[in-house]
Write a protein that binds this ligand. Structure first.
Ligand code: FAD
Length: 477
């Protein structure tokens, strides 16, 4: 029997190890702590939560709740330990972090098929040097030498060391009576040539290749927004080097501090964007770009920020058209090592060029504790199948776990950013839910849609799960 080699004993690595071992496949799990610490982890425990103690919503009315329910049904170790160590947190699943990490560590280190090796792995094991598949799950703080080797494997252009994320808002919450749809200089979707003046920095302004929603500002609105932005409170910097920003990806508040007009020459540049209702160029413009897979989400172009989340909501709702904006995700800037999933991965979490090599967790291009564990779960099942000579599995796209795998392997590569699970990355319903005689108390259309997506996801997951091969004889858990 082959052995699965897993590098990284975090949420993804532990879940992958558990899934493989539960299928009767021996696992060798390499974790570098405590021999080599990271600048964020504080203990030698496996699956240490580096920041919040929350696994977010636990109800089926939100996508991460559906993902957790699917993981429970698939025998997730991470969710089982989270359920066992939960603390009161309303509709969310939050845990006692020390008890949680201790529970995962105990389960992994006492499993007869899992061998934990405390050492740093400094390169991707070459083909044929391990006795089976390899899963790389070294997280956002992957050690430097291994990162260099990953960059060699995927190509330096396909490995990011930093996340500078712009906020994302729900399409439904944008006021269409105020914003107008246009690309700079009237260029439409997928124009062949990029307008040099509009090209802007890497994470910055309209690149002339998409259709944008534009929020026009007059001078008074701009001045008020500017004052609110420079006086808003920034989040505590978690990370040691988060203050060193790439010049092309500066947080908007840092740009604003450089001068009153800086934003008007950067992400809020209005040139080439006449408002069709007045025929005039607005004083400033905030552009919103549609996410190609999640059509009901729009990100604020070039608005990466580290303002506190409450402050982001307050200040960004001053933008015309965003007064009632619902934020799917707030902006942030932090250290994050991750590959460009759509270029590198298949939905099985294998790499496209080396089928015995899998990525899982944050380094694979997902975002969040639950998503990291979910990717480890599928990578673990598939590595175990490969070790046993069984066919590899793609989870159904309608399920939350399958939608996440599809997003990471198929989203648009050029603007790729790690994503949390959301209903927006699941395929739309074939038919919108029927309006049943809704009184004031009845569910809204949005609630009915979420419920229908959740029920469809669980049904698809069940059908798929029923066909999964059973564990090898004698697999102990
Ligand atoms: C500062 C910070 C705060 C975050 N806060 C949150 C949050 O509040 N909520 C949330 O949902 N997500 C958060 N995330 C994102 C993400 O969900 C977590 O980082 C999560 O722990 C990722 O799980 P993982 O298994 O991919 O990586 P990790 O849990 O980090 O596990 C990776 C493991 O690999 C080990 N390792 C690294 N390099 C090597 C090597 N060369 N050899 C052997 N072992 C190695 C590390 O020591 C680590 O134990 C945060 C990320 C960061 C960086």
């Amino acid at each position: 029997m082959q052995t699965v080699t897993i590098i990284g004993g975090g949420l993804a690595g532990c879940e992958a190890a558990w899934q493989a071992a539960s299928r009767g496949v021996p696992v060798r799990l390499h974790e570098m702590r405590p021999v080599r610490p990271t600048l964020v982890h504080q203990s030698d425990q496996l699956a240490e939560l580096v920041c919040s103690n929350s696994f977010r919503g636990d109800k089926l009315d939100n996508a991460v709740g559906v993902l957790k329910e699917e993981m429970r049904r698939l025998g997730s170790l991470i969710i089982r330990c989270a359920d066992q160590t939960r603390v009161p947190a309303g509709a969310a699943l939050a845990v006692d972090r020390a008890r949680f990490a201790a529970a995962v560590t105990a389960a992994i280190t006492t499993h007869p098929l899992i061998d934990v090796v405390r050492e740093e792995v400094s390169g991707i094991p070459a083909p044929g040097t391990t006795a089976g598949p390899v899963i790389l799950a070294t997280g956002p703080l992957t050690s430097d030498t291994l990162s260099e080797d990953i960059a060699r494997f995927v190509g330096a252009d396909h490995l990011s060391f930093y996340d500078a994320i712009s906020p994302i808002v729900l399409a439904d919450s944008i006021d269409r009576s105020i914003v107008f749809r246009a690309s700079r200089w009237g260029r439409s979707l997928r124009a062949e040539h990029t307008e040099p003046e509009a090209a802007g920095p890497a994470c910055g302004v309209d690149d002339g290749e998409g259709d944008y929603l534009n929020c026009p500002m007059d001078e008074e609105e701009y001045r008020a927004f500017y004052e609110a932005l420079i006086s808003a409170e920034s989040a505590t910097v978690h990370d040691f080097d988060a203050a060193q920003f790439f010049e092309g990806c500066l947080p908007i508040e840092v740009m604003a501090h450089r001068g009153r007009e800086t934003l008007r020459f950067g992400p809020m540049k209005p040139v080439g964007l006449p408002d069709p209702r007045t025929g005039r160029i607005p004083f400033a413009v905030v552009q919103l770009r549609q996410d190609t897979l999640a059509g009901d989400h729009f990100s604020l172009v070039g608005f990466q920020t580290q303002l506190k989340w409450g402050e982001q909501a307050r200040v960004l709702r001053m933008i015309p058209g965003l007064r009632d904006a619902e934020f799917v995700r707030f902006g942030m800037v932090h250290r994050n090592t991750y590959i460009n999933g759509p270029t590198i991965l298949r939905p099985t979490w294998q790499t496209r060029t080396r089928p015995d090599l899998f990525f899982a967790g944050q380094v694979s291009g997902v975002e969040g504790y639950v998503e990291s564990a979910a990717s480890g779960l599928l990578a673990g099942i598939n590595a175990a199948h490969q070790a046993r000579g069984l066919p590899l599995q793609e989870a159904p796209r309608e399920s939350a776990i399958g939608a996440l795998a599809y997003y990471v392997s198929h989203a648009e590569a050029k603007h790729y950013q790690p994503s949390n699970i959301t209903f927006g990355i699941m395929p739309p319903l074939a038919e919108p839910p029927p309006r049943h005689g809704r009184g004031r108390q009845g569910p809204s259309k949005k609630e009915q849609r979420k419920e229908a997506l959740a029920q469809r996801a669980l049904a698809a997951l069940e059908a798929w799960r029923a066909d999964l091969p059973v564990a090898a004889p004698g697999a102990g858990a």
